[in-house]
Write a protein that binds this ligand. Sequence first.
Ligand code: HEM
Length: 204
Amino acid sequence: MVIYRRIRLVLHVCAWIPLAVLAFDAATANLTINPIQAAEQRTGDTAITFLILSLACTPLHLVYGAPWLMKLSRPLGLYAFLYAAVHVSIFIGIDYGFDFTLLLQELAQKPYIIVGATCLLILSALALTSFDRAKLILRKRWKQLHRLVYLAGLLAVLHFGWASKGNLFSFSGDIFRPLLAGALVLTLLIIRLPPVRRWLIQRR
Ligand code: HEM
C-alpha cells in the first residue's frame, strides 16, 4: 500500500525530530533557565502526544474506513514508549542522580509519579509484546493486554494534569493542555464503545 508506506516513512522521520531538537538545545545550552525541567516537560509532552495519536488510529479507521490507519498504531505506540522512557531516564538519572533513597521519598510525597510509573509499566508491557511473534504466543490474551492502552492514556492524562502547575478548581495556571488531552482521550474512548462504533460503521 503506497500511501501507508509513505506515511510510515514521514512518521519515522518526524518522530526523531523532538529528540534531535532536544539534544541540540541541550548541547547549545538553549534549554531555558531550568534545563532539566524543560527536558522533562518536552519529553513528557511528546510521549503523551504519540500515545494520543496511537489511540486515535482505530477511531479514525472507523470514521474513514482506511485500514492502513490501524497499522500506524504500533509505531506510534512504540514512539510513545520511547519518549516516556527518555522522560523517566532524565528524571531518575539527571534530576535525581540515581539517588533511590531520595526517589522513594519523592514517591511518597508526589503521587502523580506513581501514576506516571504505572502508565510506563503498561507501555513497557505493550512495547515488549508488540511484535507479531508475541501475538502468536499470547493469542486471545494479546488483545486483552493491548486494551490496557486506554488505561495508559487515562493515567497519562491524570499524571499530566497533576504534574502541571495549574489549579482546576480556581481555573488558573496551566490547565488548558491537560484538559485538552483528557477531552481527546475520552472522545477516543467513547468512539470505541460498541453502539457508537456500530453507528459510525453504518454511516461510512
Ligand atoms: C516513572 C514514570 C514517570 C515519572 C517519574 C515522571 C516524572 C515527571 C515529572 C517529575 C514531571 C514534572 C516536570 C516538571 O514540570 O517539573 C512530569 C511531567 C509530565 N509527564 Fe511524566 N513521569 C513519568 C511517566 C510519564 C509517562 C508514562 C508519560 C506519558 C506517556 C508522562 C508524561 C508527562 C507529561 C505530559 C508531563 C507534563 C509536562 C508539561 O508540564 O508540559 N510521564 N513527569
